[in-house]
Design a protein around this ligand. Structure first.
Ligand code: KG4
Ligand code: ZN
Length: 335
């Protein structure tokens, strides 16, 4: 089936629109909101306002880049949740209104499912069933993916997400928001075993990262009381050691889950998949375990409408449409 799909993503602080034609991405436009930088985190009300400003130009740019007119669309898809309610409402109301005005069907997409199905946008694509580790600023999940529409969360964070662990520890080191990419860059010059931080030990396949943040906070307080320049003098080693701890926490649960589930195709999704240390450690682990690893191109790892379009394509084929009364849901479950 070759539908022409317009997809809208507005769950957090990226406004994005993509056009997919017959399963191929024709455009994927993302406007990232800079306004949150000065606050050191996403401010929900400002995110909603910025979505309102960006959405129409982003949609127009995506249509133009794809060489598609509104009249040529077969379906309008949008992120229903999970995410920030105000942000979701902006994209959702726009998508519903456009679909109604054009007389076209609507598809409501789960954001976490979309992160996983981003793996199907470009080759190499995993084959069902596979295990996906989704690591973003808001989520950390281990998911058994049996088909495009049949997924089971077998492990998740009980407190902070992996991206949050990067961002919050980076903030303690005085790095700008979001700190993950800065910490990654500095870690490349550092010694990952110089400082030891606790690895959140959880039963089963769950994760916990809040202990790391507290451990780093108290460690820095103690050291800077003796040497006020401790952070500046040891920045690369601190970054490398923190990153190493986060990666080991992720890999330990991933290893256990892959072994128990008997799965050897391992997919990595979400913004933290950009982390160079994680990519390298996962590849090394794969070589040892005999896994095949899949990581989407960077533009499909961070929040983007391309992954929403891909998911909509699968839902279109399954006849999974929404009506105009469908509600945005900040806590929408994957399943
Ligand atoms: O998936 P994403 O773009 O947005 C959410 O849905 O949250 O992920 C953003 C998260 C942020 O926490 C950011 O710091 C983190 O991904 N991130 C990284 C790197 N690039 C992005 N964390 C560590 N290393 C990176 N290179
Ligand atoms: Zn996301």
């Amino acid at each position: 089936m070759n539908p022409v799909i317009l997809a809208i993503e507005s769950s957090c602080d990226d406004t994005s629109a993509a056009v997919m034609v017959g399963g191929e991405i024709r455009s994927n436009v993302v406007a990232t909101q800079q306004v949150h930088e000065q606050y050191g985190g996403v401010v929900p009300e400002l995110a909603s306002r910025a979505h309102q400003q960006h959405l129409i130009p982003v949609v127009e740019a995506a249509l133009q880049k794809a060489g598609i007119t509104k009249q040529e669309l077969d379906v309008v898809a949008f992120t229903q949740g999970p995410g920030l309610l105000g942000s979701l409402l902006v994209g959702g109301m726009f998508a519903k209104t456009l679909a109604l005005a054009l007389g076209k069907p609507l598809i409501a997409v789960n954001h976490m499912r979309a992160h996983i199905l981003a793996h199907f946008i470009e080759a190499p694509r995993p084959v069902f069933p596979f295990l996906c580790l989704t690591v973003s600023g808001g989520h950390t999940q281990l998911v058994v993916v049996r088909s495009a529409l049949d997924m089971e969360i077998i492990g998740q964070t009980i407190d902070d997400a992996a991206g949050e662990a990067f961002d919050k520890t980076a903030k303690l080191l005085g790095l700008p928001y979001p700190g993950g990419p800065h910490l990654d860059k500095l870690a490349r010059q550092g010694n990952p075993t110089r400082f030891q931080f606790p690895v959140g030990a959880m039963p089963g396949y769950d994760f916990s990262f809040s202990g790391l943040k507290t451990a780093v906070l108290y460690f820095l307080k103690k050291e800077t009381a003796q040497n006020p320049n401790f952070v500046q003098e040891n920045l690369a080693d601190l970054c490398a050691s923190i990153q190493h701890t986060i990666i080991q926490t992720l890999l330990r649960q991933l290893r256990r889950a892959a072994h128990d589930q008997g799965l050897t195709q391992i997919a990595l999704a979400g913004g933290v998949a950009a982390n160079s240390g994680l990519r390298q450690a996962l590849q090394e682990e794969a070589d040892t375990q005999g896994w095949q690893v899949f990581i989407p191109a960077f533009q499909y790892c961070t929040d983007n409408a391309g992954m929403v379009a891909m998911t909509a394509q699968f839902q279109y084929e399954a006849g999974d449409f929404a009506d105009q009364f469908v509600s945005s849901d900040p806590r929408l479950k994957l399943g």
